[in-house]
Structures are given as structure tokens and as C-alpha cells.
Design a protein around this ligand. Structure first.
Ligand SMILES: [Zn+2]
Length: 238
């Protein structure tokens, strides 16, 4: 674009908009025009850069203030009084890594049982109790799935020991293919001999015992910890 003096047109990278800068000169040589043009362009880009940095600082400052305000809102809420009814929560876990070489459930390409340990397998329980004393248990385990017999035996034991009905218990399997074959599950997939089936039965029984134990520990810990008191106690200890 050209007026009585010199002007330059630059396409902005971010917005593709065009800008012009008329200069005050009237009659100049080509090299002078070019030099002044470059200077004007440089000034423009520097000004844009400074504006961009300033805008970035403002946005950063705003973000910090917004996050700070949200934290103040969340952490500044009054904590429930000790005698005020609130939810309780407790957790517990147990190591369920097999001590013997069992076949790995659903690991289709394997031709032999496990030969070692890469990492541990766990059964974990979360016990929740609402302000009116209603309880619920979430049991998660590093297994392919929970066979029906393990579910039924565990629910029966939880009802007997803790008066928990099956609809208060949720089992969740991590569906790992590195966990062991369990009782009466996928027996037709592997060449299991009597010794292997014996080990699977024993492991499944031990797993049921550990599932009930971790629920008991989680319930005991829930009794000592109210959810509303987390900010005081920092976190629920396992
Ligand atoms: Zn799978």
C-alpha cells in the first residue's frame, strides 16, 4: 500500500490480517525507503512482541488468581464439626501375587505357567458409609475376572461377618492377563494337570480369605475416619 510517503504491508502470522504504516517522508531514495521500511517493520514486530508478552503476563496472572480463588473456595469451606454426621471411608489392600507358578488367565499365546514376577498383584477394598450408616464396599482385584464361586463364597462370608448384603458389594476386576487362572474358570483352555488344578483351588481359597480380610480392615478404618476430615488428616492411610 502506498500513500504520499512510504508504507509497508505485513501479514500477521497469528491472524493473517494486514497492517500498514505510513511514514512521514515525501521524497526519498529507494535505499532510504527500504531502510526505513525495515526499521518500521522491526518496530512493529517488537511492539507486537511486547504486547504479546504483556498479554501473556496478564493471562498468567489471571490464571493464577482464578485457580487461587477456586482453591480458597474449596479449602475455605468450614469443616464439619466432630459431632456432625458425615460420610466415612476406609481402604485396605492385600498382596495376592501367587507364590507358585500358575497359568496366567487369558494369556492366550503362552504355552506354560508363569515363570516369575514382574510386579505384584493386589486386592483392594474401599469401604464407604454415609451419614445415615448405609455401607457399601468396592473390592477391586488384579485378576482377569471373578468366577461365580468366588463371588458367592465372598458374599456369604461378608454377610456373616459384617452383615453386608450382596447388593452392598461391588467386585471389580482389573482384567489383567498376567493374573492366575482361578477356580473353574477357563479350565478347558489350558492343559491343566491335577497338580495345577490343586494349586488353583488353593490359590482361590486364599484369595477369598484375603478379600474378606481387606474388607474388614477397610470397614475398621472407615469407622475411624470421616470423609469430611480428610483435610485435617491429609489422606486415608492404607
Ligand atoms: Zn482380555
Amino acid at each position: 500500500m502506498k500513500t504520499s510517503g512510504i508504507s509497508w504491508t505485513v501479514t500477521c502470522v497469528e491472524s493473517t490480517e494486514s497492517k500498514s504504516w505510513p511514514s512521514s517522508g515525501v521524497s526519498r531514495s529507494g535505499s532510504v525507503r527500504q531502510r526505513e521500511g525495515r526499521t518500521a517493520k522491526l518496530r512493529f514486530l517488537l511492539a507486537r512482541g511486547r504486547r504479546g508478552q504483556k498479554a501473556g503476563r496478564i493471562m498468567k496472572c489471571l490464571r493464577v488468581r482464578v485457580v487461587g480463588a477456586v482453591l480458597v473456595m474449596l479449602l475455605g469451606r468450614p469443616l464439619p464439626a466432630a459431632d456432625q454426621p458425615c460420610w466415612k471411608a476406609g481402604t485396605a489392600r492385600a498382596n495376592i501375587t501367587p507364590s507358585q507358578p500358575l497359568w496366567m488367565a487369558g494369556f492366550g499365546s503362552r504355552t506354560k505357567p508363569a515363570e516369575g514376577k514382574e510386579m505384584d498383584l493386589w486386592i483392594k477394598a474401599l469401604a464407604l458409609e454415609d451419614a445415615r450408616g448405609h455401607r457399601a464396599i468396592i473390592l477391586s482385584g488384579d485378576v482377569l475376572g471373578f468366577p461365580q464361586s468366588i463371588y458367592q463364597h465372598t458374599c456369604a462370608a461378608l454377610k456373616e461377618k459384617f452383615a453386608l448384603e450382596p447388593d452392598q458389594v461391588l467386585l471389580a476386576a482389573s482384567h489383567t492377563h498376567c493374573g492366575p487362572v482361578l477356580r473353574n474358570a477357563l479350565y478347558d483352555v489350558y492343559p491343566l494337570d491335577a497338580a495345577q488344578i490343586g494349586m488353583i483351588e488353593k490359590y482361590s481359597e486364599d484369595l477369598e480369605v484375603k478379600m474378606v480380610e481387606v474388607v474388614g480392615k477397610a470397614i475398621a478404618r472407615a469407622g475411624a475416619r470421616a470423609v469430611g476430615g480428610w483435610t485435617r488428616r491429609r489422606r486415608v492411610r492404607r
